[in-house]
Design a protein around this ligand. Structure first.
Ligand code: NAI
Length: 302
């Protein structure tokens, strides 16, 4: 199989000063992409900024290995600064092809104790940040007639997790955003997919045992980002769980459903509740229209 390369492609990786983003940026650059290494700096909970060294260091690593990169210190969480990240790519390299929405923070706290600020800050960086950067990038990708968007969700978003009401809401919101952009982007050659990673980083080093973390290097995640960012990839609107060498498609599925004759009563529903819950013949839906189509078909045929 021929090598998958990114010569003549320009990529933005947000939150690329460390962890997964750094690894994604190094992989893309090692295969010829010109990369904007974006990172605001700051701590895991999003406080502080201006620690530009993280992005600079990754740029230096890329250049030392013979690659091309520039640093960007703008936050993804405001429309104006997100637009500056895209401008950095266009000013430095003349265009933009690939956007890896990776930047993130944590404010883990039980729902009872979660403040408005905990909610707002986390949604702002993950969900608004992914939207702002993608929206600023969109005209550039459309202009190319080509684009690759990779978003970052989490098992917490897909399945829920104790103490992460803010984070899981943001992360599942990202799935909705990515899927809609997949539909809107398809006719312009823009593909949009999502990864749900597991990796060793400063975000996980306090919540996972060291022996597990050792097996979860970010380098096991980045090849999936590389593939989804490549011309070889033809899939869109998909979610992939990835970590430590494990890669699996994840899907939101809908069962075959039950059509109720006449009026739907509470008792009638209770009687057939097991059938309603049966996912043995469940399948993913290509889009909202297909899902609505099944509902209407089953309802009308009952
Ligand atoms: P990390 O903390 O090493 O990386 C996140 C980076 O985003 C940091 O370098 C941080 O400075 C940067 N950042 C934060 N706010 C920013 C902003 N407003 N603008 C620009 N950059 C900003 O953590 P990690 O683990 O590498 O996380 C990367 C992504 O992967 C995040 O979206 C995270 O939620 C997601 N993720 C990670 C998992 C893991 O197991 N490490 C699990 C599931 C999801």
């Amino acid at each position: 199989m021929t090598d998958i390369r990114f010569d003549n492609r320009v990529a933005i990786v947000t939150g690329a000063g460390g962890g997964l983003g750094r690894s994604h940026a190094l992989l893309l650059a090692s295969r010829g992409a010109r990369v904007v290494v974006n990172d605001l700096g700051g701590s895991v909970d999003g406080s502080g900024s201006g620690a530009t060294r993280a992005a600079d260091q990754v740029v230096q690593e890329i250049r030392a290995a013979g690659g091309e990169a520039v640093a960007s210190y703008d936050g993804v969480d405001q429309a104006e600064s997100a637009a500056r990240i895209v401008k950095t790519a266009v000013d430095a390299f003349g265009k933009l092809d690939i956007v890896i929405n990776n930047a993130g923070i944590l404010r883990d706290v039980s729902f009872m104790k979660m403040t408005g600020d905990d909610w707002e800050k986390v949604l702002r960086v993950h969900l608004y940040g992914s939207m702002y950067v993608s929206q600023a990038a969109w005209p550039e990708l459309r202009k190319n007639g080509y684009g690759r968007l990779v978003f970052t969700t989490s098992a917490a978003g897909l399945y829920g997790n104790f103490g992460q009401a803010n984070y899981s809401s943001a992360k599942l919101g990202i799935v909705g955003l990515a899927k809609t952009l997949a539909h809107e982007g398809q006719k312009y050659g823009i593909l949009s997919n999502v990864i749900a990673p597991i990796a060793k980083s400063r975000m996980t080093e306090t919540v996972m045992p060291p022996e597990m973390l050792e097996k979860l290097s970010p380098e096991f995640v980045s090849p999936v980002v590389g593939y989804l960012s490549s011309e070889r990839c033809g899939d869109t609107a998909q979610i992939y769980a990835v970590g430590g060498g494990y890669v699996s498609r994840v899907a939101i599925v809908e069962g075959e459903g039950v059509g109720f004759k006449g009026a739907l009563t509470v008792e009638g529903l209770a009687e057939r509740w097991a059938e309603v819950n049966d996912l043995s013949r469940a399948r993913p839906m290509a889009n909202a229209t297909e899902a609505a189509g099944q509902a209407v078909r089953v309802a009308l045929s009952s």
